[in-house]
Design a protein around this ligand. Structure first.
Ligand code: HEM
Length: 183
């Protein structure tokens, strides 16, 4: 076994989560900018309902995968950096990774609570999950306002994260990307 890489399940999980987040940011931005009525006028009622349903379903799936990721991180030791990172690199990566974990867990929770407070169904595939909080339209507006702001923060964190990966891959050429690559 290659002790300088995360195990295969962890590597697969990272790329699956990356795909999901990009899709959620894209579809979410569409929902946020056009709104239900705007989107309905553009693609029809059925497609609009499907897009909201998919966004909720894959958002909750992402929450479950993030929890699984945290569990795996506790169960398996992270591989050492070889060659070791500089102090500044270690501090920067710890900060960005921690913020990504917090943001990607908070984001679906805000979506879930915002949906429930708006009085909308909490769709997860064919199931309707419990709303958890009572209907409160004002609170829903606030929660979706935060959901939108956090979307921008996540996008910024992803740009820094991908920029750092490219830096290690093309400039430092120190094998950091290999720890997480699928091949
Ligand atoms: C990490 C997971 C998620 C990401 C990255 C994400 C991303 C986004 C983004 C970027 C927006 C646009 C916000 C705006 O510009 O105002 C949005 C809107 C929305 N999201 Fe999410 N979302 C996630 C999870 C969820 C979940 C789990 C739900 C519900 C269960 C949800 C429900 C919604 C709804 C209903 C909107 C439209 C809000 C509106 O019309 O103002 N999202 N999402």
């Amino acid at each position: 076994m290659d002790t300088l890489r995360y195990n295969y399940a962890q590597r697969l999980l990272l790329w699956l989560i990356a795909l999901l987040v990009l899709g959620l940011l894209a579809v979410g931005s569409l929902l946020g900018t056009l709104g239900f009525e705007g989107l309905k006028g553009l693609v029809g009622l059925e497609m609009t309902n499907q897009l909201y349903g998919y966004h909720k379903t894959f958002g909750i799936l992402l929450l479950a995968l993030m929890v699984l990721r945290l569990v795996l991180k506790r169960l398996f030791r992270s591989p050492p950096y070889q060659p070791p990172l500089t102090g500044l690199e270690r501090a920067a990566s710890l900060t960005v990774h921690s913020l990504l974990y917090v943001a990607l867990i908070l984001m679906p929770v805000l979506g879930w609570l915002g949906t429930a407070a708006g009085g909308f169904p909490m769709q997860f595939f064919d199931l309707t999950l419990p709303g958890l909080i009572p209907e409160d339209k004002e609170l829903s507006k606030t929660l979706f306002g935060l959901h939108g702001i956090l979307g921008g923060v996540i996008l910024g964190l992803i740009l820094i994260h991908v920029g750092a990966a490219i830096y290690h891959w093309r400039i430092k050429r120190d094998g950091v990307l290999r720890r997480m690559s699928l091949f």
